[in-house]
Design a protein around this ligand. Structure first.
Ligand SMILES: [Zn+2]
Length: 218
């Protein structure tokens, strides 16, 4: 286990080469976890334009059921190593579908909301019960793009001023990815996927149904 403070803790979208030693220790690869978005470094508060130690209220989790109709539980995990919100979707040891929420109090509600929906989407699309594709493979990238797309549609349609909140979440994501050193091309393609999805003349339900049918899960 690393003890260095200034260590990129984890991120798997879209370049997952920095797998968190911390998280990998707790949840090893065999568990087929899907970990999202961003966890940043201990000095990242300033990079986010926040005063050091800024904390936010943690939002209530959204309604979430997986493709089998099972209710997904949300669990907030206290971690002293995480300084920005990140999530992980998987089944726990008892087989219950869960979204784990790390460091939520360190990120604004807009990003918390986006990550909740994104992680929920991995359950809704059946990703969790499918073999985990190799990191950074086209299939993995596609799963992440789909989860982002569903999150964008849900924020747009289910949240008051969802479009405004989504714009804020995208800004936070951008800052976070830049702070960790993603190439701007990578960040831009993620943002443009989210923005394209927001324009889609479809509901998240229809979009999810399309994915499940395509995968032979419906
Ligand atoms: Zn994801």
């Amino acid at each position: 286990m690393r003890t260095k403070n200034r260590k990129i803790v984890a991120l798997t979208w879209p370049d997952s080469s920095h797998v968190s030693s911390h998280i990998a220790v707790i949840w090893n690869d065999r568990m087929r976890f899907i970990l999202t978005t961003i966890i940043l470094i201990s000095f990242s508060h300033t990079a986010f334009g926040q005063s050091a130690g800024a904390e936010f209220d943690v939002i209530a989790p959204p309604v979430c059921a997986n493709n089998l109709g099972e209710t997904v539980q949300f669990e907030t995990v206290e971690s002293t190593r995480v300084t920005s919100a990140a999530g992980m979707a998987r089944r726990n040891e008892a087989g219950v579908p869960v979204v784990y929420r790390f460091g939520y109090k360190f990120s604004p509600p807009a990003l918390q909301q986006f990550i909740d929906f994104h992680e929920c989407a991995h359950h809704q699309t059946g990703d969790i019960d499918r073999p985990h594709p190799p990191r950074n493979s086209p299939e993995h990238m596609m799963n992440e793009s789909i989860a982002d797309c569903i999150a964008a549609l849900r924020m747009r349609d289910e949240i008051d001023d969802g479009k405004g909140l989504l714009a804020e979440a995208v800004l936070e994501l951008t800052k976070a990815m830049q702070a960790v050193g993603f190439p701007s091309l990578t960040t831009d393609s993620r943002v443009s996927n989210i923005e394209n999805c927001m324009q889609k003349d479809t509901s998240s339900e229809d979009f999810i149904n399309g994915v499940l049918i395509h995968r032979g899960l419906k």
